[in-house]
Write a protein that binds this ligand. Structure first.
Ligand code: URA
Length: 234
């Protein structure tokens, strides 16, 4: 890990802006190995120096990996000028400067969403080459015909002519199913069921690759996962 300025380190690790951090440092909030440091440009070695800010130890982590149980009604964009986004649900302790959402869920879709500042990892996850499975529980506005199972397995042809990759459809009840897809086209699942004349009334993502939404994570709650767990996603 490269040596770096104290203000840069604190800003990256806490998500606070550089100017807020500089003011804090000037006011004596920052300690390096137990000594107060009031110079924002002071050079630290994150791998060996012990840094405290405002009474709290600031541990060095190159990246953070967060899972969120997305509630309905919130957009999953990383940034929006006026509307609240899922990033507003990330607690201060996990906030980082470059956090972004890995893939999108529709505003009315609930469930597992991954958030990270590891751009390379995020890119790999959403790359069409990754083929990471995404599993959803779908509630439909009318009953599903069992013939749809084979059609999903063959690859549903959407209204615009796009042929989806083979998907798993498991019928759980008359109007409820589990769907597993390995791609992420716009409104994909809603459009797949649309081909069969079915409307989606509820869509909930329960799994991305090896990451399963924990039962105890309530809507709107986040949980940090470690890097090893995140990188094992497929
Ligand atoms: N497919 C959809 O139609 N919507 C989502 O949010 C995710 C998958």
């Amino acid at each position: 890990m490269e040596k770096q300025r104290l203000d840069r380190f604190l800003s990256n690790q806490t998500g606070m802006s550089r100017s807020v951090v500089r003011t804090g440092i000037r006011r004596g909030f920052a300690y390096v190995n137990g000594d107060a440091v009031k110079d924002a440009a002071y050079i630290i070695d994150p791998s060996s120096d012990k840094i405290d800010y405002d009474g709290e130890s600031v541990e060095y982590k190159e990246f953070v990996y967060i899972i969120l149980n997305k509630p309905s009604g919130i957009i999953s964009a990383s940034r929006d000028k006026s509307r609240k986004t899922v990033l507003d649900l990330v607690p201060e302790s996990l906030k980082r400067r470059d956090l972004s959402v890995v893939g999108r869920l529709d505003k009315d879709t609930t469930g597992l969403l991954l958030i990270t500042d590891d751009g390379e990892f995020a890119h790999k996850c959403i790359s069409p080459k990754s083929k990471i499975e995404k599993s959803y529980i779908v509630t439909l506005d009318s009953d599903i015909n069992a013939d749809a199972v084979d059609e999903f397995a063959k690859g549903v042809v959407l209204a615009d002519g796009y042929k989806c990759k083979p998907a798993v459809l498991e019928i759980l009840a008359k109007n409820k199913a589990r769907v597993i897809i390995t791609e992420g086209k716009y409104h994909q699942i809603k459009r797949m069921f649309g081909v069969f004349g079915l409307g989606v009334e509820g869509l909930h993502r329960e799994r991305i690759g090896t990451l399963i939404l924990p039962d105890n994570l309530l809507f709107g709650e986040c949980q940090e996962i470690n890097k090893t767990t995140a990188l094992r996603i497929n």
